[in-house]
Every structure is written in structure tokens, then in C-alpha cells.
Design a protein around this ligand. Structure first.
Ligand code: ZN
Ligand code: ZN
Length: 245
């Protein structure tokens, strides 16, 4: 279940943990730090992000390889206080329910419209050889919601199209977005799954992501980081030259 589109061009290079370089504030220490930890056979970009003031953090899309995730939190001295989920696909949240139980922390996200995906995590896990476990989020998310991690506040934007309940997380002071399978460097999310919709996906990208600003850096669900400005200039599926043509 590769999520890049077209399916066979997914940029799944085997990158190791990649530290995210963030815009510095006037303080010597940025308020948010993050590392990307690719997990599962799909090399899904799980992000460990944390509040540098409190050293409390969250995983975004803890899809699997839970021992590696827990090791990363220990290595960076981060106390995990919650798990955030962009959407209900197995590589993004197959391990989330198990990890939440192990750590005793709540799950926030995705939007309720991905419930049908979360309910089938067990059978999808068997199909793809990934441990998958359905869960009940402690909080479903909607457009305009905010989630807290330590003293950080992240905006929630509902971005349907790849899945109907897909959400993205945005930390405005860092100009950093975690967009799951909505947008990739040079590609967009697949829309050929049940309840996928290309028009919805294009609208999500142009009306919910682009307004966050061209300088905003994003972590996609797979492959390397990019910026919204770079994608507007070059993306063959959703660049300005395509959608404004
Ligand atoms: Zn994915
Ligand atoms: Zn997906």
C-alpha cells in the first residue's frame, strides 16, 4: 500500500533518522525540535516532536517499529505525553493503539471520518504483514482545532481527499507542517482508495496548505521534506502552473 501517486514512483529512500532544521526564534533554543523516524516496510515518516522548554513530546503517526520509537524518545530525553494521528492507514497508525497502551497516553486524531479505516487495522495488518490494532481516539479532531504538546500549540487542519478524515498539524512559530499523505515532494497522495477523492485532495492542498505560506516546511508521510513554495513552483500534480492553468 504505497501512498505516493503515481504508485510506483514513491521516493522511499532508506534515510536514517533525519533531524529537522527549524527556523530559530530570537531565543537560542527553538521552541520545537523534531526528528523523523521512518517506520514499517513502507518507510512511513513517524515524527517525534517535542517542546524544548518542558521536554514533553508526541509521536505523529506511530505506525510501527515501536521499540525504535521508544528508544528515540529516551535518546532525546523526551517524555511522551500523547500520540497524534494524521489518518487511519496501517503504516501511519497500526501501532498507535498498542503504544498508547504501553505508555499510558491519549491518542488525538484523526478526524472521525477515518473511523472505517481504523476499524480495519487488524485485517489490513494481516494483509501487509504489519501489526495492526484498532483503537478509539481519546479525541477526534476537526478543522480549526488545536492540540497541545508541552507548551507548544499546533493548529489542526482537516484535509480530506487521500482519506476522508485526514488531518494535518501545523506549528506556526516554527513554520513546520506534518502533512501525512496529503502532499509529497513532487507528488500528491493517492485517491484510489475507498472514499478517496481527487477534487477534495486538490482543494485541501490549495485551500488549507498553501495559505500556511510558501516558506513553510513540511514533513510528508513518505520521502524527503520540502516546502509549500517549492511544491507550488514545481509539483507536477498541484503546482500553480497546473491548478491555475
Ligand atoms: Zn502512508
Ligand atoms: Zn495513507
Amino acid at each position: 500500500m504505497s501512498h505516493a501517486y503515481p504508485p510506483n514512483n514513491a521516493p522511499l529512500q532508506d534515510h536514517a533518522r533525519v533531524a529537522i532544521s527549524l527556523r530559530m526564534t530570537s531565543e537560542s533554543q527553538p521552541p520545537l525540535k523534531a526528528v523523523i523516524i521512518p517506520v514499517t516496510a513502507f518507510q512511513q515518516n513517524c515524527t517525534l516532536l517535542w517542546c524544548t522548554k518542558t521536554m514533553r513530546g508526541a509521536f505523529v503517526d506511530a505506525g510501527g517499529d515501536l521499540d525504535r520509537l521508544k528508544d528515540a524518545a529516551v535518546q532525546h530525553g523526551v517524555t511522551i505525553e500523547k500520540l497524534l494521528v494524521t489518518h487511519g492507514h496501517i503504516d501511519h497508525c497500526g501501532g498507535t493503539g498498542k503504544l498508547a497502551g504501553e505508555l499510558g497516553v491519549p491518542i488525538e486524531g484523526p478526524h472521525r471520518d477515518d473511523l472505517f479505516w481504523i476499524e480495519r487495522l487488524g485485517q489490513d495488518g494481516m494483509s501487509f504483514g504489519i501489526a495492526g490494532q484498532p483503537f478509539e481516539p481519546d479525541r477526534w479532531l476537526e478543522e480549526g482545532d488545536r492540540v497541545r504538546v508541552g507548551e507548544l500549540e499546533l493548529e489542526v487542519h482537516h484535509c480530506p481527499g487521500h482519506t476522508p478524515g485526514h488531518v494535518i498539524f501545523y506549528h506556526a512559530p516554527s513554520k513546520l507542517a506534518l502533512v501525512g499523505d496529503v502532499l509529497f515532494q513532487g507528488s500528491i497522495g493517492r485517491t484510489d482508495f475507498p472514499r478517496g477523492n481527487l477534487d477534495d485532495l486538490i482543494a485541501s492542498i490549495t485551500q488549507r496548505l498553501w495559505p500556511l505560506g510558501p516558506e513553510t516546511a513540511f514533513v510528508p508521510g513518505h520521502g524527503p521534506m520540502s516546502t509549500f513554495g517549492h511544491e507550488r513552483a514545481t509539483n507536477p500534480f498541484v503546482g500553480d502552473h497546473v491548478v491555475n492553468a
